[in-house]
Design a protein around this ligand. Structure first.
Ligand code: NAI
Length: 286
C-alpha cells in the first residue's frame, strides 16, 4: 500500500509545503492538503484553472494529484475556540469544519488513516518588529500560529497515524543564532518548535511508533518570506557565505522531507536536520 500524507500550509506553488508535496508524490504517496481558510478560494481556483500545472510536473512526467484540499486554520482547535468576528468574517463564512480537530475528523472519515504529517506553516504579525519592541499580543500570536499549531496537529492526527509514520515541520536557524530582522517572537516560536520536536518525538515514539523531526531550511523566496521583507538579503548572504555557493532549491527541502518520512530514516527522530547549503556550520562570513 502507498503512503498517505497530510500537508498543512500550502496556498500556492512557491513555498516549502508545495515542494514537499511534490517529493512525497514522486515517491508514490497520496497527497492531502490543508490550506489556510482565507487563502483557500484562490488556491483552489488556481488549481482548477491549471495555473499550477507546470509546477505539478513530477520527474516521471506525470502531474501531481492532490486527493483533497481541506480548509484549515491551525490557530483554532475546535469550534468553541473561534471568536465571533472570525466566524462571521466573509473569508471564513464560506467554509466549514476548518479547526484542527474537525479537519482531523474529516480526514478520518474520508480516508481512515495517514502515514505522514507535514507542518509547513508559520505566522508572526509583528515579524518586522525587533523582539524587544514586540507586543505581548504579537508574541503570543507568533507562538500560537507557528509552534502550538504543530502540537495541535500532532495531537489530533496521532490517533489516525499508522505505526511507523512520521511527522515533519519546518524551522529556521533564527531559533539558535541572531538573525536581525526575524522579529516579532518568530525566533522564539522556532526555538519552541525545535525543543518541542524532541519532547514530542519521545511521546509520539513511545505511544504510537511515530517519528517527529524538523527541517531547518535555508532562505527561500516564498510568499511568507517575502512578507518579512529581508529575504533577498538572506538569499544573497547565503550565496556569498555558505560552504555550497549555489541557489537553495525548495526541491532539496522536499527531497529531505521525503527521506525523513521514509523507512530509510527509520532510526531518525527528535532531530533538527539542516538543509541550507551548510550555512549553519559557518562561524564567520567570508
Ligand atoms: P508559504 O507562504 O509557502 O507557507 C506558509 C503557509 O502558512 C501559507 O500557505 C499560509 O497560508 C499558511 N498559514 C499561515 N497561518 C496559518 C494558519 N493559522 N493556519 C493554517 N495555515 C496558515 O511560506 P514558506 O516560507 O514555505 O513557509 C513554510 C514553512 O517554512 C514555515 O514554517 C516557515 O517558517 C518555514 N521556513 C521558511 C524559510 C524561508 O526562507 N522561506 C526558511 C526556514 C523555514
Amino acid at each position: 500500500r502507498g503512503k498517505r500524507a497530510f500537508i498543512a500550509g500550502i496556498a500556492d506553488d512557491n513555498g516549502y509545503g508545495w515542494a514537499i508535496a511534490k517529493s512525497l508524490a514522486a515517491a508514490g504517496a497520496e497527497i492531502l492538503v490543508g490550506t489556510w481558510v482565507p487563502a483557500l478560494n484562490i488556491f483552489e481556483t488556481s488549481l482548477r484553472r491549471g495555473k499550477f500545472d507546470q509546477s505539478r510536473v513530477l520527474p516521471d512526467g506525470s502531474l501531481m494529484e492532490i486527493a483533497k484540499v481541506y480548509p484549515l486554520d491551525a490557530v483554532f482547535d475546535s469550534p468553541e475556540d473561534v471568536p465571533e468576528d472570525v466566524k462571521t468574517n466573509k473569508r471564513y463564512a464560506g467554509s466549514s469544519k476548518w479547526t484542527v480537530s474537525e479537519v482531523a475528523e474529516s480526514v478520518k472519515q474520508d480516508f481512515g488513516t495517514i502515514d505522514i504529517l507535514v507542518h509547513s506553516l508559520a505566522n508572526g504579525p509583528e515579524v518586522s518588529k525587533p523582539l524587544s519592541e514586540t507586543s505581548r499580543k504579537g508574541y503570543l500570536a507568533a507562538i500560537t500560529a507557528s509552534s502550538y499549531s504543530f502540537i495541535s496537529l500532532l495531537k489530533h492526527f496521532l490517533p489516525i497515524m499508522n505505526p511507523g509514520g512520521a511527522t515533519i515541520s519546518l524551522t529556521y536557524i533564527a531559533s539558535e543564532r541572531i538573525i536581525p530582522g526575524y522579529g516579532g517572537g518568530m525566533s522564539s516560536a522556532k526555538a519552541a518548535l525545535e525543543s518541542d520536536t524532541k519532547v514530542l518525538a519521545f511521546e509520539a515514539g513511545r505511544k504510537h511508533k511515530v517519528r517527529v523531526n524538523t527541517i531547518s531550511a535555508g532562505p527561500l523566496g516564498s510568499r511568507a518570506a517575502k512578507a518579512i521583507g529581508f529575504i533577498d538579503m538572506m538569499i544573497n548572504y547565503s550565496l556569498e557565505n555558505a560552504p555550497l555557493q549555489k541557489e537553495l532549491y525548495a526541491e532539496e527541502v522536499g527531497n529531505t522531507a521525503a527521506f525523513l518520512a521514509s523507512p530509510l530514516a527509520s532510526a531518525i527522530t527528535g532531530a533538527t536536520v539542516y538543509v541550507d547549503n551548510g550555512l549553519n556550520a559557518m562561524g564567520v562570513g567570508v
